[in-house]
Design a protein around this ligand. Structure first.
Ligand code: MG
Length: 279
């Protein structure tokens, strides 16, 4: 056994030296916690900038103008998204700072069941105006109403909206997600009931039409250009710099959620147009 002693000492020395090579690599590993921190400035803007509040008021002021201008008859409807359109969930995202996990059903459910989302400025007044002038409001959201998957966010969402003072919070007016995420079948169900959709409000292009469904940044930009006259007319857009399909497009769409934190961070940097300084 003594013959093995020099060998074991060499092995221990090698492992000791190797640890110096491995440790810096481990320290440099880019984690989900690091990625979460990239949202800090966007979150600070949403939560503190008066410009954000002004943009929200601008959106709902234009919506009111368009609603009041509408001369068409029939049963009039307004279709409105929930998250980051009329409900402010930014504390959910800022709660992820310092954590090494991202968005997921478990965490999102915990936030939604807390019923503590606040209203986006201008949203309650606008929707009460619609309700008081003969309109029907459909709250069309991809919050899940899937009790079979232990993911029923409908009761808590209704409680949260009612407590804030939103009108027409009934099960018939709540079109949460019970199947696929595509919102078009739910929009179609509204027109199938004989309603004429006067306005759609959202923070994501998929809140308006499937024609905006595209994987890349360029394709999405082209789709908006093709329908540019619709914005401020039938489509009312709210700003969301925290998340959305725009982020998926930065990663090229597809199965982007399978990309690592490091890959996502690198792709965010790579996609930027940059000035080259002289020094
Ligand atoms: Mg939304």
């Amino acid at each position: 056994m003594t013959a093995n002693k020099p060998y074991l000492m060499k092995l221990a020395l090698c492992l000791f030296l190797l640890s110096f090579l491995i440790n810096p690599l481990q320290a440099e590993e880019y984690t989900t916690e690091d990625l979460n921190e990239e949202a800090i400035l966007a979150l600070a803007w949403v939560q503190t900038a008066a410009e954000f509040k002004a943009l929200a008021h601008q959106a709902f002021n234009i919506a009111k103008l368009r609603w009041d201008m509408d001369q068409g008859g029939g049963k009039k409807a307004v279709v409105v998204d929930l998250d980051e359109t009329v409900m402010d969930n930014s504390p959910f995202n800022s709660g992820l700072i310092g954590k090494d996990y991202g968005y997921g059903n478990k965490r999102w459910k915990e936030w939604c069941l807390d019923e503590s989302a606040t209203a986006i400025p201008g949203a309650i007044d606008f929707l009460n105006h619609v309700a008081n002038t003969g309109g029907t409001i459909f709250y069309l959201s991809n919050r899940k109403a899937q009790p079979e998957k232990d993911m029923d966010l409908l009761p808590a969402t209704m409680n949260n909206l009612k407590a804030l003072g939103f009108p027409q919070i009934t099960k018939d007016n709540m079109l949460l997600r019970t199947g696929p995420s595509n919102k078009q079948p739910r929009r179609d169900s509204i027109t199938a009931q004989g309603y004429r959709i006067v306005l759609l409000l959202g923070d994501n292009l998929n809140d308006f039409s499937t024609e905006f469904k595209a994987d890349t940044v360029d394709q999405r930009a082209a789709a908006v250009e093709a329908q540019k006259e619709m914005f401020g007319d039938k489509f009312i857009m709210l700003p969301n710099p925290i998340y959305g399909d725009w982020e998926a497009a930065v990663y090229g769409g597809g199965a982007w959620y399978k990309k690592t934190a490091k890959e996502r961070s690198d792709m965010r940097i790579d996609i930027l147009r940059k000035f080259s300084f002289s020094d």
